[in-house]
Design a protein around this ligand. Structure first.
Ligand code: BTN
Length: 266
C-alpha cells in the first residue's frame, strides 16, 4: 500500500514537471521574438529604437541582464544590476487601455506564485508587486510610435540591493535564499500572459477583479494619495470595473485613474 502511495506521489511530481516543461517549450503565438542583451541602457529605450527603425510589425520582447539607465515611474532611476529580470513587452500598432498595467501586475503575481505558492506577495495598485512590505517588482507602460511598451523590472537573484533600497525593496533571493533560472521565469511569465490576454482583450480587467481582490495590497488600509500636488486620505476599497482605485473619503467613494504616490498610513 505504502509503495502504491509513493508511486502515485512520484507520478504526480513527474506530471507537474512535464506540464512545466511543455509550457516552457511551447512556441509563443503572441511574441515572435525574444531579443536578449547582456547590457543595455534600458529595455524600454531599446524597444523604442527598434520601433523607430520600423523593422518589426510583430510583437516582441527585449530582455537584458543589466541596464545602465533603467527607467522607473516619473523618470526615476531604476536600479538594474545583474540577477534581476529586466524586460519589455512590445506591441507595435496596439493601443491597450491603461488597465494593461494592472493586467501585467496580475500576470507577474501569478508567475511568482507559480514558483512559491505560499509567498506573501500582493499587488499594489496599479503597477507594483510587494513581498510582505517591500517592493519586489515595478511596471512601466508607455506608448510610443503607435505601440504599447510594457517594461517590467523584477528583483530576483540579487543577494543584496543598494543600501538606500534595503528598507523598502527586496528580491526573491533575499526572501527565500533560492536562486531562480531567469530565462525560465521569463518564459513562465510569457506563458501566463499569452494564456490570459484574450480574456483581457474581451473583458478588460472585469474578469480579473476577483483575483486582484484576493491579493490586493491596499484593500481596507488607510492610505494617503498624492495626485497633482494634492493629497487625499481615505480607506482603500479595491478597484472598479474600469481599473480605477476606489477610496472611501469622508464616507464617499472616490475613483482614482492615476496617482503620483500612494502611502499606507494605517
Ligand atoms: C517603477 O517605477 O516601479 C517601474 C519600474 C520599471 C522598470 C522596468 S525594468 C525593464 C524596463 N526598462 C526600463 O528602463 N524600465 C522598465
Amino acid at each position: 500500500m505504502l509503495k502504491v502511495i509513493k508511486f502515485v506521489k512520484n507520478l504526480s511530481y513527474i506530471l507537474i514537471i512535464i506540464k512545466r516543461v511543455i509550457s516552457l517549450e511551447m512556441k509563443s503565438f503572441l511574441f515572435k521574438e525574444i531579443k536578449y542583451y547582456e547590457k543595455i541602457d534600458s529595455t524600454n529605450l531599446e524597444a523604442k529604437r527598434i520601433l523607430n527603425k520600423g523593422c518589426s510589425n510583430n510583437n516582441f520582447v527585449v530582455v537584458a541582464k543589466t541596464q545602465t539607465s533603467g527607467i522607473g515611474r516619473f523618470n526615476r532611476k531604476w536600479v538594474s544590476e545583474k540577477g534581476g529580470l529586466w524586460f519589455s513587452l512590445v506591441f507595435p500598432d496596439t493601443d491597450f487601455n491603461s488597465t494593461i498595467t494592472i493586467f501585467s501586475s496580475i500576470i507577474l503575481h501569478k508567475t511568482i506564485l507559480n514558483y512559491f505558492s505560499e509567498a506573501p506577495v500582493a499587488i499594489k495598485w496599479p503597477n507594483d508587486i510587494f513581498w510582505n512590505d517591500k517592493k519586489l517588482a515595478g511596471i512601466l507602460s508607455v506608448k510610443s510610435e503607435n505601440a504599447t511598451i510594457i517594461g517590467l523590472g523584477v528583483n530576483i537573484n540579487q543577494k543584496r540591493l543598494p543600501e538606500d533600497l534595503m528598507n523598502t525593496a527586496t528580491s526573491v533571493y533575499i526572501e527565500t535564499k533560492i536562486t531562480m533560472n531567469l530565462k525560465n521565469t521569463l518564459k513562465t511569465f510569457l506563458y501566463f500572459f499569452e494564456k490570459n490576454i484574450t480574456e483581457y482583450i474581451n473583458e478588460d480587467i472585469m474578469s480579473f477583479r476577483q483575483y486582484y481582490k484576493n491579493y490586493d495590497y491596499l484593500y481596507g488600509k488607510k492610505i494617503s494619495i498624492s495626485l497633482s500636488e494634492k493629497n487625499f486620505i481615505g480607506q482603500a476599497a479595491g478597484i472598479s470595473k474600469r481599473g480605477e482605485l476606489m477610496v472611501i473619503i469622508d464616507n464617499e467613494k472616490k475613483y482614482f485613474i492615476s496617482a503620483d504616490k500612494i502611502d499606507i498610513i494605517g
